[in-house]
Design a protein around this ligand. Structure first.
Ligand code: AMP
Length: 535
């Protein structure tokens, strides 16, 4: 109809233009592989991203081609985040923690035409390079020449013009892609459109999500090879916030030093990272100055209440719990305390903040059992389904439809209850829940409770086959250094919080719980090891 608004394309180039023209001097700080600190700005990132786009085009990269990165978090990776989509190509972040065979499978499946690789990761690349023999290899090193047959990133940039005029990009074209970490089965590709990332950035910037502002200093602990570092680099650039990248140094001490030195205000990562950081803060109170910190976003797995409370009570640091998936770009739900609970009793406030929270704007939710919705009563469990402008509608190059409903929703595989105000509580992954005597026992609830025991560093609860009950819970526990507890003590600690039949029958003590490349507990490995149900 004539007289409507402009059909302005929602593309990543609009985010970059804003960052480089309105906030040209804002710092982008990176810790390099040699531990030195490198400082860049949005002006520099912008011109280098354009030169990268121009050089990629000159190399023969065409719109829609996939260009991969195999890299830690740093400013060059940010240049690739913008430069590859600016060329009309698709930024494909390879997860460097995966097995080389999986990387080979993923790079082949995606059809990567070029790979930008950190010089320090060349040995890893060598182990799957034969899977993509025709891909152009571009090495991001610090001065050393690229190996024969590969291109040097800086020399390549020198060949590209910063005056590059980008092709006209349709907002519905793919800007990025990422493969699911999949605890079982082959990884699946998720394609993010320009429009999805732009809308996701707008929503992530809202105060009901991360609330990013120009005066923020954002440090994504979640690596740039995990769901676009949860979109933080895009959201921060859009807001004009400074960005700090930790490079390969994700140990608590390095992170705490960087957060304190760069006066970081917003950070984001998985619970296992925060558990380590909390331990380091507890061990050396007052050593790290985190007085600038406003929000520590935690997601990717349920936050154990003891961690959220520990940060708040012992260090006055606010942990914000959020839920999301690779398939949801990942912003799904956020547990920002609603105003009517602001003066509720402290226990009630903690309880709310440990839920997965309410859906972000434009994310719609429902929970289903056998194709019908369960009530939003906070009690009835069902599989969470979501839809929205940044939720996947299919997997890349995959016709399977079992995760997508005929009426346009994505099946998350998470078993949840939804409260009257749309508060989501994840009870379990559907494949991890324990079915005992016809009842469901939430492995997550027991794990969270166990994590509150002073001797317990970490716990995983899995199903054991049982002739009488079908399945019974087994708790696999890692103790803190120098600490221990007997099974009776652990069971007595849990007893006040659970019905008696939900308590684990047995406890296995281990030194480590196996994790996936994205820091989630690998229960399938534990199930195999302890010979339990459904290994
Ligand atoms: P991924 O796609 O690898 O990020 O994994 C997504 C899955 O991680 C979800 O389906 C959940 O099972 C789990 N997850 C993510 N965030 C949370 C959270 N805050 N609490 C509990 N589980 C979570």
């Amino acid at each position: 109809m004539h007289g409507l608004m402009m059909d302005f394309p929602l593309t990543l180039s609009a985010i970059l233009r804003r960052a480089e023209t309105l906030f040209p001097h804002k710092p982008v700080v990176s810790r390099r592989a040699d531990k030195s600190i490198h400082r860049s700005t949005y002006a520099e990132i912008g011109s280098r991203a354009r030169r990268l786009a121009a050089a990629l085009r000159a190399l023969g990269i065409r719109p829609g081609d996939r260009v991969a990165t195999l890299a830690w978090s740093h400013s060059r990776h940010l240049e690739a985040y913008f430069g590859i989509p600016l060329a009309g190509a698709v930024l494909h972040t390879l997860n460097l923690r995966l097995h080389p065979d999986d990387l080979g499978y993923i790079a082949t499946h995606a059809g990567d035409r070029a790979i930008l690789v950190d010089a320090t990761l060349l040995p890893l690349l060598e182990r799957f390079r034969s899977a993509v023999p025709d891909a152009k290899l571009i090495v991001m090193g610090d001065g050393q020449p690229a190996p024969a047959g590969m291109l040097d990133y800086e020399s390549l940039l020198d060949t590209g013009s910063a005056a590059f005029t980008e092709p006209e990009i349709d907002e519905r074209e793919a800007a990025a892609m990422c493969y699911t970490s999949g605890t079982t089965g082959r990884p699946k590709g998720v394609l993010y459109s320009h429009r999805a990332i732009v809308l996701h950035s707008l929503a992530s910037g809202l105060s009901c999500a991360m609330g990013l502002r120009e005066d923020d200093v954002a440090l994504p602990v979640v690596p740039m090879f995990h769901v676009n570092a949860w979109g933080l680099p895009f959201t921060a650039a859009m807001a004009g916030a400074a960005q700090v990248f930790p490079g390969p140094y994700l140990d608590p001490t390095s992170l705490l030093e960087l957060m304190s030195a760069e006066r970081v205000t917003v950070t984001a990562g998985v619970p296992s990272i925060w558990a380590g950081i909390l331990q380091a803060l507890d061990a050396k109170p007052g050593v790290y100055d985190l007085s600038s910190m406003r929000t520590m976003l935690v997601g990717g797995a349920a936050v154990p209440p003891a961690i959220l409370r520990g940060f708040q009570e012992r260090h006055h640091l606010r942990v914000l719990h959020a839920w999301g998936m690779t398939e949801t770009t990942p912003l799904g739900t956020v547990a920002e305390l609603p105003s009517d609970l602001a003066s509720a009793p402290i226990e009630e406030r903690y309880r709310y903040r440990c839920t997965q929270g309410q859906p972000a704007p434009f994310v719609e939710i429902r929970a289903r059992v056998a194709d019908s919705d369960v009530p939003w009563d906070g009690k009835t469990m069902g599989e969470l389904e979501v839809r929205g402008p940044w939720v996947a509608s299919a997997y890349y190059g995959d016709d399977s439809t079992d995760r997508f409903t005929a009426d346009g929703w994505f099946r998350t595989g998470d078993l949840v209850t939804i409260g009257p105000r749309g508060t989501v509580e994840i009870r379990d992954r559907i494949k991890d829940v324990i079915k005992s005597g016809g009842e469901w026992i939430s492995s997550l609830a027991i794990e969270n409770a166990l994590a509150g025991h002073p001797a317990v560093a970490e716990a995983a609860v899995i199903a054991m086959p049982d002739a009488k009950w079908g399945e019974r819970p087994l708790a696999v526990v890692v103790f803190r250094p120098g600490a221990s507890a007997t099974p009776e003590e652990l069971r007595a600690f849990l007893a006040p919080h659970f019905v008696s039949w939900a308590l684990p029958d047995a406890f296995e003590i281990v030194t480590e719980i196996p994790k996936t490349s994205t820091g989630k507990m690998q229960k399938s490995v534990l199930r195999e090891r302890f010979g339990s149900a459904g290994a």
